[in-house]
Design a protein around this ligand. Sequence first.
Ligand code: URP
Ligand code: ZN
Ligand code: ZN
Length: 460
Amino acid sequence: MKTIIRNGHIITAVDSYHADILIEDGKIQMIAQNLSVSADKDIDARGMLVLPGGIDVHTHFDMPFGGTTSSDDFLTGTQAAAFGGTTTIVDFAIQSRGHSMQEALETWLAKAEGKATIDYGFHMIISEASRERLAEMPRMVDQGVTSFKMFTAYPGVFMVDDGGIFRALQRAGEIGALIAIHAENGSVIDVLVEQALAEGHTAPKYHALTRPPEMEGEATHRVIVLAALAKVPLYIVHLSASQALDAVMAARDQGQSVYAETCPQYLFLSYDRYEEPGFDGAKYVMSPPLRTPEHQERLWRGLKTNDLQVVATDHCPFCMKDQKTLGRDNFAKIPNGAPGVETRMSLIYDGAVSQNRLSLNRFVEVTSTTPAKLFGMFPHKGTIAVGSDADLVLFDPDGSTEWGVKQAHMRVDYNPYEGRKTAGAIRMVLSRGEVIVDNGQFLGKQGRGDFIKRHRVQDL
Ligand code: URP
Ligand code: ZN
Ligand code: ZN
């Protein structure tokens, strides 16, 4: 099957030019001006930006958490991702206490197989860092799971002590894997939560008030020091606070390989959302929580100066009805997480490119190219080049998009960006050369997504 995309304006992390793209067997075969080849399918992309498909390296589909399960599975979640211009996701398999990493990987492969509509990989969450458990890491890497997430948060669930994290960092260094950390001081947060509840504070806003930014800064600094001692690279997930960014910047200034992602919610939404009437603040209960607006401008600047390298979503949706309500009388029981896999590309284009904060190239870099490089998928994914997978988005810069629960495809009963308009519109999405979204219609077959056996991680 041959497809040609003609007259598009191709944007990568470094290029900007007009050309035609010939796709054969899911891969880009040729890029040239005025291609005189005939094809089975001819797509006119005049007036469109042609972008590498978005790569979201932080999703939680079908994840048991907080006494319930995230509401998108690998079918609805990957469909929503595709509608939003994302053609690759990396989700998290969970090694839970008493169970092996292999069991976790097989469980998560089974969740995705036959459902995913775009390509997917897995990080492995390590919730036990005994020597025996960590001995499983090389087997994961051999199977394409080349990154691991560990937590300094959620005591009793995922939290691992500093010795365990240090041991895993050392092991990761030996086998070419990357450790990603959820950095908040879980033990101190637990004390603050207990004290708030004892004082009768049960409303959603106390979720944020008991997870102060200083405790994200402290944990981020701590794990950076551990990674320096282990002499290995480190990746901080969902960075939200300027204190954490300061720690990352200080380490990078010393030449340490520390990388960090932030998420649209921390760039666009702020603490005041928790003050919405009634129980509505529960929509924004996630960890780390939304911060005050001064943190947002620091994050935007961090993206510009490359102190932050990735924008992912931490998509982890729970419905207000029946799920968030588990914490109606106790904020600590509200399932942590919010939807975002569909809105990421449009929000970041709008906030970055339309509002002149970042260039188009930098937009592609933080939403696709760097995630592909850091997580062992480049150059198959994350760019537009001969030999790369034809994962492409035709984006109309003159269009506009309105967001809301009615328009979106995520399986959740609210949208944090209800009523927000973003500049530009996603007109077409191709995954390995196949048109899976065409003008608001989903054409991809259920289960067509492939598991990506990721390469060992390379330091940038
Ligand atoms: O609130 C969040 N972030 N939920 C998902 C789990 C995690 O910590 O990433
Ligand atoms: Zn996390
Ligand atoms: Zn997460």
